[in-house]
Write a protein that binds this ligand. Structure first.
Ligand SMILES: NC(=O)C1=CN([C@@H]2O[C@H](COP(=O)(O)OP(=O)(O)OC[C@H]3O[C@@H](n4cnc5c(N)ncnc54)[C@H](OP(=O)(O)O)[C@@H]3O)[C@@H](O)[C@H]2O)C=CC1
Ligand SMILES: O=C(O)CCC(=O)C(=O)O
Length: 517
């Protein structure tokens, strides 16, 4: 495999190289990947800055076609991309085929969003020259892109949250050039995907700096990317420590910039009494299916489940334990993530307030063994360490003494991506009393479902208060993600002849507008 990185569409190499690692064996895969040099990183940022003014004023139709061209270029390479991603991530073919479909679907969704034009947010206050005591000038505003964006690919979604994933799609849709820092867990997949984007840039005759891909197994290039003055915003999915480190770099710049980091979440699931009584065994099996899906490597993994002690919970636990005992060890994304999972489980099992309820077969250096743990409401409330995310196929059940303690537990939690209630009609009054707490805590509230598997749609919110994300006002999945890479500008009394097309009286781009007399 050609181990170059991509700077403004050009393949570049350097003297220093690294190799991809096969997730299943922990062994190096054939092929050397060049580590991006500081000079090439700076060139990528400069080219992105130079591309910005042209790219941001491309007509919506041009950007929509560009996003669709990327999707087609990915489909053309789908076999190679999926084959390489299987080796590098250990994820199975069916999952990666689905993830590729989600990635191309996401690009096409943003193409529709760009064509529809609501994102441009055009608002016009017409001039009121006769107004007394003071006339009002013509005022018109629109959203413009923030500038070049740095995107950090995530290890756990090597396609949908990586080089051509949601952050890249939404930034390009907004009109921001993108420099991606590839995740070193899948350098070959990243390069194949990057080549598809670079091909689309060329096919659509866009400036070469519209997209670059840098590679490095380490922190230096990622930090330098965030620190580069040309970069105006950052998209990140990964660990809390990584997100916090990049937020610190962004805040220390001469010009601080926003970092949209999706980090840790334990996604509480609450079983309300009537639902638990009605279908305890089914819920137990579905819970284990969700927590162990693809080795539990989802930021939406149901990390804690809260339910009231009693015979119904016992029936739930019996079914959940039976299901969990049968979960085989699964290959994890990297040996580092497998050992972090082991450490997380060790710290829980050493905790006096926690017992292991069920265990699949033990893991290995590359595989995670499933675990189900249990604690009581009082122990949970007394020990904040029990709220830490353990990334992998495990979950902690919190047995509460009464329904009042459910509210207490939920109040004690930090920000979450999701919160789930399992409920029947008899549970509605209790559920309604919990809803305001969940709204304060989470970006998405579910009833009678499981949080893993996010729909990419218009209304989706994949976000939430810290530490789920660094900025609760936005989403990293779905059409609304475009807004994180836009900012408003108001034009006061600017002559029509020099207004941008989006604001001209003739509305040549046919954008939706809100006009006020
Ligand atoms: N909540 C979620 O969605 C996810 C959480 N995780 C958690 O993260 C752990 C590690 O997984 P991983 O995917 O490697 O996530 P990381 O956060 O460690 O890495 C993500 C990316 O950020 C870079 N990075 C991390 N820390 C820094 C830093 N201090 N300065 C500059 N760049 C940095 C990494 O660089 P490089 O790797 O090149 O060193 C990588 O490119 C998992 O065990 C899990 O706990 C992981 C995936 C998703
Ligand atoms: O559950 C999903 O589909 C998305 C999860 C996610 O965003 C993540 O694990 O990083």
């Amino acid at each position: 495999m050609d181990g170059s990185y991509l700077i403004g569409g050009q393949r570049r190499t350097s003297a220093q190289t690294f190799q991809g690692i096969e997730a299943a064996t922990g062994q190096a895969l054939p092929g050397d990947f060049a580590v991006t040099t500081p000079e090439d990183l700076a060139l990528a940022c400069t080219l992105a800055e130079q591309a910005f003014d042209h790219f941001r004023e491309t007509a919506p139709e041009t950007r929509a076609t560009f996003l669709e061209t990327i999707a087609t270029a990915l489909e053309k390479r789908s076999e190679a991309i999926v084959a390489r991603a299987m080796l590098e991530s250990g994820l199975p073919q069916g999952r990666l085929n689905g993830e590729l479909g989600r990635t191309t679907g996401q690009l096409r969704l943003f193409a529709s969003v760009v064509r529809e034009g609501d994102w441009a947010g055009v608002v016009i206050d017409k001039a009121l020259p006769e107004r007394a005591p003071l006339p009002r000038p013509d005022l018109r505003s629109r959203q413009i892109p923030v500038g070049p964006v740095a995107v950090f690919g995530a290890s756990n979604f090597p396609l949908a949250f990586s080089v051509a994933g949601g952050d890249t799609a939404s930034a390009l849709a907004a009109g921001c050039p993108v420099v991606v820092k590839a995740h070193p867990a899948h350098p070959g997949t990243s390069l194949l995907v990057g080549q598809a984007i670079a091909e689309a840039v060329e096919q659509c005759s866009l400036p070469s700096g519209t997209f670059s891909l840098i590679q490095e197994p380490g922190y230096a290039m990622g930090s330098a990317l965030v620190a580069h003055p040309a970069i105006k915003a950052v998209g990140f999915t990964g660990s809390r420590s990584g997100g916090l480190a990049l937020m610190a770099v962004a805040a220390a710049r001469a010009e601080p910039i926003p970092v949209y980091a999706e980090m840790s979440s334990i996604n509480p699931v609450v079983l309300l009494p009537a639902a638990l009584a009605a279908r305890a065994p089914e819920l137990g099996r579905a819970y284990v299916a969700s927590l162990s899906l693809f080795a539990g490597q989802f930021c939406t993994n149901p990390g804690i489940l809260i339910a009231q002690t009693g015979p119904d919970l016992d029936r739930f636990l019996a079914a959940a334990c039976e299901a969990l005992n049968a979960v085989p060890p699964q290959v994890m994304l990297t040996p580092g993530i497998a050992s972090a999972y082991d450490r997380g489980i060790a710290s829980l099992t050493e905790n006096e307030g926690v017992q292991v309820l069920a265990a699949g077969a033990d893991g290995t250096a590359t595989c995670g063994g499933a675990r189900l743990l249990v604690t009581d409401g009082n122990d949970f409330l007394a020990d904040p360490s029990l709220t830490h995310e353990v990334f992998g196929p495990s979950s902690l059940i919190v047995r509460v003494r009464d329904t009042a303690q459910i509210a207490q537990i939920l109040e004690s939690l930090q920000g979450q991506l999701t919160a789930t209630l399992h409920l029947d009609e008899a549970d509605y009054p209790l559920a309604a009393s919990l809803l305001p707490i969940l709204e304060r805590k989470a970006g998405r509230i579910l009833a009678n479902g499981w949080p893993t598997g996010v729909e990419v749609s218009r209304s989706m919110v994949h976000g939430g208060p810290f530490p789920a994300t660094s900025d609760p006002r936005t989403t990293s999945v779905g059409a609304m993600a475009i807004h994180r890479f836009l900012r408003p500008v108001c034009y006061q009394a600017i002559p029509d002849a020099i207004l941008p097309p989006a604001l001209k009286a003739s509305n040549p781009q046919n954008l939706p507008r809100r006009e006020f007399d």
